[in-house]
Design a protein around this ligand. Structure first.
Ligand SMILES: Nc1ncnc2c1ncn2[C@@H]1O[C@H](COP(=O)(O)OP(=O)(O)O)[C@@H](O)[C@H]1O
Ligand SMILES: [Mg+2]
Length: 390
C-alpha cells in the first residue's frame, strides 16, 4: 500500500460508521463517490449518498460492506466512528479488509484507557494520575475503560459520589478507570499520520457538557475550530512523536486538557474524530481526502484557518417523535446551512439522545458561541411547540 501512485487512489468508497454523515460529507468534498452503511438514516445523509444501507449492529455493517466490496460495487470500505469504540467489533475486524484503517492490533491497545495510561507513562507524556479505589483524591473522574462521546464520564467530588458512580458501572458490568481531575481548556488535536510523518492539521476546542445543547455531565457536545488558546510548539511536536510511536495511521485525534502551565493527554483516538466538519470548513479542505492520501504517502498541502466554525451536538431535551411539520421546519434550517444530521419524519428520540448537529461560523470564538446558542434556542422552541408525547 505504501508508496502507491496517485492513480491507485480509489474513487468509489463505502463508508461504514455511526454516524457516517460527517465522513460522507468530507468524502464528497474530496470528490469521491460514496455509499454508506449506518445505523441512522438522517435526511441529509440520505440525500448525499448513492446508496444507504441501514443496519442494527456494527458486525452486520462490516459483513454487508465486505460483500459489496467483493462484488465490486465499491473499491474499498472505510470505517468511521465504530472502529475503536466497540471492543467486540475490534475482535472481528481481522476478518474484513480495511486497507484505509489502522490495523486493529494497534487500535485495540489505544482505545483501552487503562492500557493507554501505561503507554503514556512509558513514553513520558503528561497524563492524569490513575487512582485505585482506596486512594482517590477529589475531584476525580470516573469513566469507562473503553468509550466514546464522553458517555458515562463523570466528575466525583467525595466518597459518596464515588461509590454511587462505581455502583452504576458495576451494575452495568462496565470496566472503569478512576483518574485525577485536571483543569484547563478541553481541546483536541487533529492529525493525519503516514508511515513517514505525523502532520498536525488543526487544533480544536472541545465542547464538553454544554448546557444549552442539553448535554449531561462530560458528554461531548461538539467542537470549535480553531482553538483560541495558544499551545506551545514543544507540546505539538511531542504529540506528533507520540502518534508515530503508537503506530497511528490516517486521520486521528488526541484529546488534551491545556492548563495555564501544564497540559495532559486525556485520550488518543485512532480514528476519524467528531471535529471533521469544523476542520473541513475552517481550513477549506477534505480531511477524508487527506486521510486517503496519507495511506499513499502523498504530499499534503499547507493551509490556514479562514474563519471560526462550531459544530454543536444538540441533545434532545424531550422524548419526541418527529411530526411532518417539525420535519419540514428542520429541513428549512438545513437548507439555510445551520443544521446537519437532520432527523426524518416518524423517527423517535428519547430525552438525552443526540438529536441533530448545529453548524455556525463567526469571526471569533465569542461570536460563534453566541450564534450556536441562538440556533439551539430556536430548536428548543420548535421542539416545545411540536412536542408529541410518546
Ligand atoms: N481526568 C480528566 N480530567 C479532566 N477532564 C477530563 C478527564 N478525563 C476526561 N476529561 C474530559 O472529558 C472528555 C471525555 O473524556 P474521554 O476520556 O476523552 O472519554 P471519551 O472516550 O468518552 O471521549 C475529555 O475530552 C476531557 O475534556
Ligand atoms: Mg474523548
Amino acid at each position: 500500500m505504501i508508496g502507491m501512485p496517485i492513480s491507485d487512489l480509489p474513487e468509489r468508497i463505502l463508508i461504514i460508521g455511526s454516524p457516517s454523515r460527517p465522513l460522507v460529507q468530507s468524502a464528497l468534498r474530496g470528490g469521491y463517490r460514496v455509499g454508506a452503511i449506518d445505523h441512522y438514516a438522517d435526511f441529509d445523509l440520505c440525500s448525499m449518498v448513492d446508496k444507504l444501507i441501514r443496519v442494527q449492529s456494527p458486525l452486520d455493517a462490516f459483513t454487508i460492506g465486505q460483500e459489496l466490496v467483493d462484488k465490486g460495487e465499491y473499491e474499498c470500505m472505510v470505517a468511521g466512528g465504530w472502529l475503536g469504540v466497540e471492543s467486540s467489533i475490534l475482535n472481528h475486524t481481522p476478518n474484513f479488509e480495511l486497507p484505509y484503517n489502522i490495523p486493529y492490533k494497534y487500535a485495540e491497545k489505544i482505545v483501552d484507557k487503562k492500557n493507554l495510561q501505561k503507554t503514556l507513562k512509558k513514553m513520558n507524556i503528561p497524563h492524569p494520575k490513575e487512582f485505585r479505589e482506596e486512594n482517590v483524591e477529589y475531584p476525580a473522574v470516573v469513566k469507562p475503560r473503553v468509550g466514546a462521546g464522553g458517555k458515562d464520564v463523570v466528575v466525583v467530588r467525595n466518597d459518596n459520589e464515588l461509590s454511587l458512580s462505581l455502583e452504576r458501572f458495576e451494575k452495568n458490568e462496565v470496566d472503569y478507570i478512576i483518574q485525577e481531575y485536571v483543569g484547563g481548556r478541553d481541546a483536541s488535536v487533529s492529525l493525519v499520520v503516514s508511515k513517514e510523518e505525523a502532520k498536525i492539521v488543526a487544533l480544536n476546542e472541545q465542547l464538553i457538557g454544554t448546557d444549552f445543547l442539553h448535554a449531561h455531565n462530560m458528554e461531548y457536545s461538539g467542537n470549535i475550530t480553531p482553538l483560541e488558546q495558544c499551545v506551545p510548539t514543544t507540546v505539538l511536536s511531542t504529540i506528533e512523536r507520540m502518534c508515530i510511536g503508537m503506530g497511528l495511521l490516517g486521520s486521528c485525534g488526541v484529546d488534551i486538557v491545556v492548563g495555564k502551565e501544564k497540559w495532559w493527554v486525556i485520550e488518543v483516538n485512532p480514528r476519524f474524530q467528531g471535529s471533521i466538519d469544523t476542520v473541513d470548513l475552517s481550513l477549506n479542505i477534505s480531511l477524508f481526502d487527506w486521510h486517503m492520501k496519507s495511506f499513499h504517502n502523498l504530499h499534503l498541502p499547507e493551509c490556514s484557518y479562514n474563519s471560526v466554525w462550531a459544530r454543536g451536538i444538540y441533545y434532545s431535551p424531550v422524548n419526541i417523535r418527529i411530526s411532518s411539520s417539525l420535519s419540514e421546519k428542520l429541513k428549512e434550517m438545513w437548507k439555510k446551512g445551520v443544521v446537519r444530521d437532520v432527523p426524518q419524519e416518524g423517527e423517535t428520540y428519547n430525552e438525552g439522545d443526540p438529536f441533530m448537529s448545529i453548524t455556525v461560523k463567526g469571526k471569533r470564538r465569542d461570536e460563534t458561541i453566541a450564534k450556536l446558542r441562538e440556533v439551539a434556542s430556536q430548536v428548543d422552541e420548535m421542539l416545545k411547540r411540536k412536542f408529541e408525547k410518546l
